[in-house]
Design a protein around this ligand. Sequence first.
Ligand SMILES: *[C@@H]1O[C@H](CO)[C@@H](O)[C@H](O)[C@H]1NC(C)=O
Ligand SMILES: *[C@@H]1O[C@H](CO)[C@@H](O)[C@H](O)[C@H]1NC(C)=O
Ligand SMILES: *[C@@H]1O[C@H](CO)[C@@H](O)[C@H](O)[C@H]1NC(C)=O
Ligand SMILES: *[C@@H]1O[C@H](CO)[C@@H](O)[C@H](O)[C@H]1NC(C)=O
Ligand SMILES: *[C@@H]1O[C@H](CO)[C@@H](O)[C@H](O)[C@H]1NC(C)=O
Ligand SMILES: *[C@@H]1O[C@H](CO)[C@@H](O)[C@H](O)[C@H]1NC(C)=O
Ligand SMILES: *[C@@H]1O[C@H](CO)[C@@H](O)[C@H](O)[C@H]1NC(C)=O
Length: 623
Amino acid sequence: MMNNNRSFLIFLFYCLTLGIVHLLPTFETNQLQHSQSNVDPILIEVSWNTHDYDLHTIPTLQVVANPLLARQFSPIYKEIFANLKQLNAEYTRYAVWFPYPKLAVAELDPPSGIFQCGNVGENFSVNLSCEQNGGVISQVDFASYGTSAGACGQMQQGTCHAANSSDIVKKACVGKQSCSVPSTFELFGDPCFGTVKRLLIQIQCNPPQNNTYYNFNYLDTMLQDFLDATDGHSRIISYCTQPNWLFKQNKPHIYPDNATFTDWGYQTGTELVDDTMHALGDYYGRLVAWYTRGGFIDEYGRKHTSNYDYNWDYTEIFNEVESEHSMNVEFYTRAYDAVIQGIRRHTNNYDMKYVGMALAYHNEFDWYRYFLNHSNHAPDIPLDMISYHFYAGANSRTDPTAWESFFSQLDGFTFEVEQIEEIRKILSPQTRTTIDELGIILPDDNTPGAPQFPMVYWNAAAALYAYAWARISRQGIDVVGHSQLVGYPELPDLQLQPQFPSVALLNWTTGEGTAKYWTSKLLIETVDIGNDQAVVTETTDLQGQNIFSQAFIGKNGRRWVLIINKRYGNIDVFLPGCTGGRMQIINEASGFGPATEVTLELSRITLSAFAVAVIHMPPDNRN
Ligand SMILES: *[C@@H]1O[C@H](CO)[C@@H](O)[C@H](O)[C@H]1NC(C)=O
Ligand SMILES: *[C@@H]1O[C@H](CO)[C@@H](O)[C@H](O)[C@H]1NC(C)=O
Ligand SMILES: *[C@@H]1O[C@H](CO)[C@@H](O)[C@H](O)[C@H]1NC(C)=O
Ligand SMILES: *[C@@H]1O[C@H](CO)[C@@H](O)[C@H](O)[C@H]1NC(C)=O
Ligand SMILES: *[C@@H]1O[C@H](CO)[C@@H](O)[C@H](O)[C@H]1NC(C)=O
Ligand SMILES: *[C@@H]1O[C@H](CO)[C@@H](O)[C@H](O)[C@H]1NC(C)=O
Ligand SMILES: *[C@@H]1O[C@H](CO)[C@@H](O)[C@H](O)[C@H]1NC(C)=O
């Protein structure tokens, strides 16, 4: 073990040498990459007896609903949910996001009174049923295979129309309790070769019935898998996509028939049809009642039974609300209140906690000032938690040196976090915060055929998350969620369009953990909230341009040090006193496996490119 005088001298020495190096304007990363191992190590000096700050920040992740999580479509959903379960994360955010309307929205078509309608593309089927009151299909008001369009009750024949549409549908449906009519040229012939066609049908029942279009099939199975994988933990459920027909539409929005196809244009409309927001609240009330109260009563007073009595503690209200339907803060704040009131109306649950805002953009301090001011909310509306997001970017998808900039981008964000905290502490100090999406989006991420990034990207992104968690923990933020469990590039075999592959924590082919996943796991396992406190940690790395390091000590005396290499190249560090301790390190060599564990025989440690290390110090025998 080093004695203290000698390490102090080394400390001084490195301050000087690195100071000089830093003054040279041509100092470049590439040089560092080739030379750092030969250069003397960076000294990490921990003042184990000097309290820095208490640790409150829970590391977690977000899970975004997409077809690779769906048991109906995914060859790896079991691996994915097993890996989620193994994380044992608290406050996992489950975001049921809009690009897959059939996976996200329980009522994709508006209630249509006594008319019942279907509208599907080629090769899908219109399914109709009058079984609700034991009735039969009594009349076909409209039927057209071709280019007809219009909402239920207002369908209009297009210029392309199969003349026998009505006869075919009448023959298949009238007098039946239910029928299914395929939208195919085999059945209707081809009234306009080369043009995309749809089948539109409107019927009525005898006795008459009022019609709604609830369909929870995909929502149910994915939620079940998520809740099973996170059982026993707190979680934040975000059915963040509203049916777009709640907003005024110029014409009905046509969503994909195929549940796996993306619809980036789903969120149309900026003005609600029901400006009292009662209908908006009802939608969410019924959705939550379906999952937590065994079912709900629909728009026409009819009971829908699910028998689910799930339980979760936090519901988040909407996502990236500034862009969603162009909401402003007054609109969103009213909607937040209306959704809570709706959930209470339909479930009578007053214990549910709520997460608000999920903001995507930066420096929107007016949003925080308005939303966190309780007098802008209805009485009895809780402000339990707020949420917002951060993604770093890069100017190259394939050049790892470009990824060294992630860390300074995060530094900019922590300055914003500080300012948001000032607002929160004044207006609503008891409101907690989750930064519920923290990640990286590489350029061209959703462009089919974009080049695959090299595997060291997983390390760069893992290092950024560990860095973000540690930097933000200094602000006392409650939760920081790594974004997100599984994304993917274009997957032709599964007919899947890209879904932000660079944001993924798991390998989309095998479901195995990447360095991002294993870094989350390492932090979740290591961090001991309520016990750990940060102690003053200094390094000879001027302005922290090469490494980040922070030491923690538990009430039980457990001592650990997080060290992150911010560079695409080897860096040596010198951590006095770590000899005989244990290191868990995630680097290129640990690949798709957990952190590599080694017993430290020297206090000099080499961190390869973007490595994340947790050093467990040997027991402290100094007393
Ligand atoms: C519908 O299926 C037929 C084959 O049965 C195929 O030729 C046609 O391209 C399909 N249409 C669409 C829009 O996928
Ligand atoms: C409609 O009916 C067909 C044939 O019975 C079935 O394959 C299809 O899954 C049904 N579609 C929906 C959306 O329920
Ligand atoms: C409907 O009309 C088209 C075009 O005349 C024809 O090809 C098709 O077979 C007809 N369908 C039925 C079920 O009669
Ligand atoms: C349909 O709902 C309306 C209310 O919207 C109601 O007046 C009517 O009686 C209902 N009809 C049937 C057949 O249930
Ligand atoms: C819908 O997408 C799935 C793949 O996600 C594919 O297997 C299926 O063929 C598609 N269905 C149609 C009718 O295009
Ligand atoms: C909170 O909002 C109310 C009403 O909009 C306003 O009068 C008050 O000044 C605000 N409080 C703060 C601290 O901004
Ligand atoms: C996923 O894992 C396979 C098998 O280990 C590997 O060949 C592939 O490069 C990995 N893909 C990514 C993007 O991590």
